[in-house]
Design a protein around this ligand. Sequence first.
Ligand SMILES: *[C@@H]1O[C@H](CO)[C@@H](O)[C@H](O)[C@H]1NC(C)=O
Ligand SMILES: *[C@@H]1O[C@H](CO)[C@@H](O)[C@H](O)[C@H]1NC(C)=O
Ligand SMILES: *[C@@H]1O[C@H](CO)[C@@H](O)[C@H](O)[C@H]1NC(C)=O
Ligand SMILES: *[C@@H]1O[C@H](CO)[C@@H](O)[C@H](O)[C@H]1NC(C)=O
Ligand SMILES: *[C@@H]1O[C@H](CO)[C@@H](O)[C@H](O)[C@H]1NC(C)=O
Length: 435
Amino acid sequence: MSRVAREGRVSPLLFTFLAFISFVAIIYSHDFSWASSHVRSPQKHQTLNKTPASPVELKHKESKETRETMLPFAVGKTPEDCDIFSGKWVRDNKSKPLYEESECPYIMPQVTCQEHGRPDKDYQFWRWQPHGCNLPDKKGTNMQIQCNLNVGVSPGKRMLYVGDSLNRGQYISMVCLLQKLVPESGKSMKSSYDSLTVFTLKDYNATIEFYWAPLLLESNGDGLGNNNVSERIIRKGSMDTHGQFWEGADIVVFNTYIWWMTRLKMKILTGSFTDTVQEFETVTANDAYRMAMQSMLEWVQRNMDQTKTRVFFTGMSPSHSRSIHWGGKADGNCYNETTPIEDLEYNWTLHAHESIMRITDEEFSKTSIPIAFLNITRLSSYRKDAHTQIYKKQWSPPTPEQLADPKSYADCLHWCLPGLQDTWNELLFAKLFYP
Ligand SMILES: *[C@@H]1O[C@H](CO)[C@@H](O)[C@H](O)[C@H]1NC(C)=O
Ligand SMILES: *[C@@H]1O[C@H](CO)[C@@H](O)[C@H](O)[C@H]1NC(C)=O
Ligand SMILES: *[C@@H]1O[C@H](CO)[C@@H](O)[C@H](O)[C@H]1NC(C)=O
Ligand SMILES: *[C@@H]1O[C@H](CO)[C@@H](O)[C@H](O)[C@H]1NC(C)=O
Ligand SMILES: *[C@@H]1O[C@H](CO)[C@@H](O)[C@H](O)[C@H]1NC(C)=O
């Protein structure tokens, strides 16, 4: 396929994203005074007067009603009755994948499945089709492309993913989706050795960042190389420890789940990690998780300006470690799987941790903070084919013994890129621009 054809087919969605970097600040920086009074007022207004009126700007100015109900970054609305997380996987040999594994240099070896010998590519060719409506890239986004070209200013935007290795996968997917539109000299990727990774789109003065905080709160899993802690400890009320590095972000995407699942009990440190005598409470993982959800929501309320920023939370990423759940062999897992589960009535909750889901459901329904929930659990649970299996390298290459025993070695938690997590980002785009 020609280069032009390839780029042509991905650009509407991606241009939408670059477009928001350029013009959304203009649309929303002037006159969004509808903010409820309990949010912190904007620290500084960007003054971008005298920019040419774009079609989108006019559209918004025309309709006071639209303006009052629009969230930041929104350019339209998904039909009320359409739940974009409810749908089915459709084989799509034409528009997928959105990029090639080999053309995105930022994918970590943990998920470069082709490089590590995965024999099939089938997992790359599936598109999510919601029941009842299409995702926005199918609606045509020419209007926004136009805006991007017209406006040509770079106000500076910061998008930040915060969480664990699954969120890191989604972050890298986003970087891969965008990086191909920018020449080598216009981008850079920097990792500071412990927590923060920053991808910079220089011409747009925009960054896309990942902050490693697998439990969100301060914990003994923070920093690199701390993955092998046998007992997980979190510090009570410590959201600001990491949160101070998140302030000022325009879009934040949180996740946290898998790190809570290793034990039934968790230790909560009541003082500080530097205390000579440390005091702990022991609580169930569920209670600890609820505490973290509440701390996160409080942090968002205290620190994010609802008139200018958007916050997302990505739900639980399912794993496929027991093929008996989908009618496979009693002792199998995701290894060798090359097709999604087709039965839409299939009991997908087998792959999810129901008590944790209930906690997110409850905490999110209680809160008045406009935080968008990316409910990817069900749609991902059909994708038994999309995991990295044995085709990866984490700390060291797999040993011959591990490769000889794929049933116990296979990674049925993380996902190959390109792949499923590109869809999570498409859904994120949909929620961002068409909430
Ligand atoms: C897509 O390609 C695969 C493998 O080449 C083929 O088996 C399948 O029938 C194709 N599907 C469609 C819808 O074109
Ligand atoms: C780039 O963005 C930052 C904030 O995100 C801002 O402080 C800075 O002035 C911007 N630079 C330019 C050249 O627009
Ligand atoms: C993890 O730590 C335990 C003791 O804390 C040690 O016995 C084990 O070998 C470590 N595992 C790895 C993979 O480093
Ligand atoms: C995986 O698939 C290959 C080729 O189809 C087959 O030879 C092998 O036995 C399968 N392994 C498992 C564990 O199912
Ligand atoms: C996520 O989707 C599942 C399946 O449709 C549903 O049961 C659950 O309540 C949803 N959670 C939220 C927070 O919307």
